[in-house]
Ligand binder design. Sequence first.
Ligand code: NAD
Length: 295
Amino acid sequence: MTQIAFLGLGNMGGPMAANLVAAGYAVTGFDLMPEALDAARAAGIAVAASAEAAVEGAEIVVTMLPAGRHVLAVYDAVLPHVAEGVLLIDCSTIDVASARAAHDKARGRGLASLDAPVSGGVGGAKAATLTFMAGGAPDAFARAEPILARMGRKIVHCGEAGAGQAAKICNNMILGISMIGVAEAFVLAEKLGLSHQALFDVASTSSGQCWSLTTYCPVPGPVPASPANNDYKPGFAAALMLKDLRLSQEAAASASAATPLGAQAEAIYAAFEAAGQGGTDFSGIIRSLREAARE
Ligand code: NAD
């Protein structure tokens, strides 16, 4: 039975690790939070006393941590303790530079590694329907694919080291910009006396069609499962959208790419968070646009 160490058992990592247990893998996990460890035990994950202890005997090490600095610190802590031939898979959403630095640390120990961030949120993590976007060598991807397939539905090899993170932040920059665009259209429609449903019926079957409209509509009614119908409870919190937009803008600056709408989206979500709305679903940005319209 393949032994997997899973480090970071939070909102995403907890259910992802539980799906590996359900698929028959022997999973040993570690997290800093006692509540995460309790939930992991209940899901059949063997809990270790430290990250270093969790990787003992593991053939695969998966990380699902908040940001690049956490991933690099955990790699520094565990790499001296992992066995030869271990494959490292980092599923966290982190900056491209840190992702490449993590690959360098793995390479320094002669280990294969993959950056494999995900899309699909906590619902996708629970249902094992995540999309994985992976960066790394083809043989590392081939080894990881059967394991990722137990946690997700679509697995894309995007290229060499860092390519998975690049795909993730480009996708989420589209998402942040498109959500603001859809929300602006609904606010304008309200001002023009056009009903939400009428705009939805036209735009969802016209050239304005996009995921932010048809799956995650920022007004209640047209898409019953969207967070707008549940007082904008996340879903995908605005603070996480801001994190990803910041990553996109750091990457754009370091690569000298012009992303003016990405920069504007970052500023709009930063103002939303500063107004105390970081825990609101990111589609709740429509509320701040309505406020702005009153000025
Ligand atoms: P989370 O805060 O719920 O979980 C992160 C976990 O890492 C926490 O439980 C924390 O205690 C643990 N941790 C931090 N440092 C650690 C260490 N040194 N050793 C062991 N554990 C440590 O966050 P999350 O929502 O699970 O997100 C994890 C990653 O997935 C982030 O990079 C996030 O951007 C990304 N992501 C989240 C979503 C989402 O909808 N929540 C969607 C896609 C991607």
